[in-house]
Design a protein around this ligand. Structure first.
Ligand SMILES: O=C(O)CCC(=O)C(=O)O
Ligand SMILES: [Fe+2]
Length: 336
């Protein structure tokens, strides 16, 4: 049995209200009870996913100095471009009010060994969020392929996923879509390199430490290596084993707040898979892994106040309204 609920979007395309309501209910139940699900039949063709993994491998195989031509800016909120090994450290502080040196100490604690490139909308309204690309000649076709894949993800976001969550919460089907109109959402290509196993076994290095995602929600493509784990209600981490053809979906902190804690943003982490013994030639090593998450984030100028169906006389609002951009900047700036 799958470790997470499986939500099948196949019948969404029938266009019938009752088919859509059934999917919406199952998805929102998963968001309330688990905060995570596998989604199948997204409509994103599997050949395109495979092709994007091929591009991902090709991109990370470029020399470091080439990748650094698209270097991520030092400010975490300008979340575009290439972060080399160690540049970004996902942290989960109890509070963000504390002094910056405490955040820096958390980032250093058990460094995550990964590199990534963040891709957003081409020609965004805010120049600070312009995509950063390596020169076309260094990897011809990569930019067009990444932009086309971003558009496939955005299409699933706008025409299926956000409407389903809205319907499941009992608000208009375009309620959430209206907050995500000019796209601060971001596609991330991630590479966890092959590495000697010993520092991982000793706890000196990790892949991604336990955290919750920041924004509205995330869906993720993973290869067949494994390592993603999701915290269960009893506090144990359970493997989100790769399921061919499925994306792993999860609720982010902003949607949890927005829904007055009706929907759950659940902790997850990436652990190294079992080490591979390679005979006498080398020490044991952990295999490389690629993953491709797509983070759905509201337009930065939108005010996020409790979703109307999520509060009432017996369920008062728990949170003040917050500006989406201020909220995301607080979280993203802590990671760099
Ligand atoms: O690579 C993965 O499977 C998960 C990555 C993740 O949780 C994140 O980037 O927020
Ligand atoms: Fe995450």
């Amino acid at each position: 049995m799958a470790s997470l609920p499986v939500i099948d979007f196949a019948r969404w395309d029938s266009g019938k209200a009752d088919d859509r309501a059934t999917i919406a209910r199952a998805l929102v139940d998963a968001c309330k009870n688990v905060g995570f699900a596998y989604i199948i039949s997204t409509g994103i063709p599997q050949e395109e996913v495979t092709r994007m993994f091929d591009w991902t491998a090709k991109f990370f195989a470029l020399p470091e100095e080439t990748k650094l031509l698209a270097r991520h800016p030092p400010e975490g909120w300008k979340h575009r471009g290439y972060s080399r090994l160690g540049a970004e450290q996902v942290i989960q502080p109890k509070t963000y009010d504390s002094d910056p040196s405490k955040l820096a100490a958390l980032r250093r604690a058990v460094p995550d060994l990964k590199e990534s490139i963040e891709i957003g909308l081409e020609d965004p309204p805010r120049p600070a969020l312009q995509n950063l690309w390596v020169p076309e000649d260094d990897i011809p076709g990569f930019r067009a392929a990444a932009v086309a894949f971003y558009d496939l993800c955005r299409d699933f976001q706008t025409n299926k996923l956000l409407p389903a969550i809205s319907i499941g919460l009992g608000v208009d089907s375009d309620y959430l879509v209206k907050y995500h109109t000019y796209e601060d959402s971001q596609l991330r290509l991630l590479h966890y390199p092959e590495a000697p196993a010993a520092p991982f076994a000793k706890g000196e290095l990790g892949r991604v430490r336990a955290h919750t995602d920041y924004g509205t929600c995330t869906f993720l493509f993973q290869d067949d290596v494994g390592g993603l784990e999701v915290e269960s209600a009893s506090g144990e981490f359970v493997a989100a084993t790769p399921m061919p053809g499925a994306v792993v979906f999860n609720v982010g902190d902003l949607l949890m707040r927005w829904s007055n804690d009706t929907l759950k943003s659940t902790k997850h982490r990436v652990c190294p898979p079992p080490a591979i013994e390679s005979g006498n030639r080398h020490d044991a090593f952990i295999p490389r892994r690629y993953s491709i998450p797509y983070f759905i984030v509201p337009d930065f100028d939108k005010e996020i106040d409790c979703i109307p169906s999520c509060f009432g006389p017996d369920k008062p609002k728990k949170y003040e309204p917050v500006n989406a951009g201020d909220y995301m900047a607080m979280r993203l700036n802590g990671s760099y």
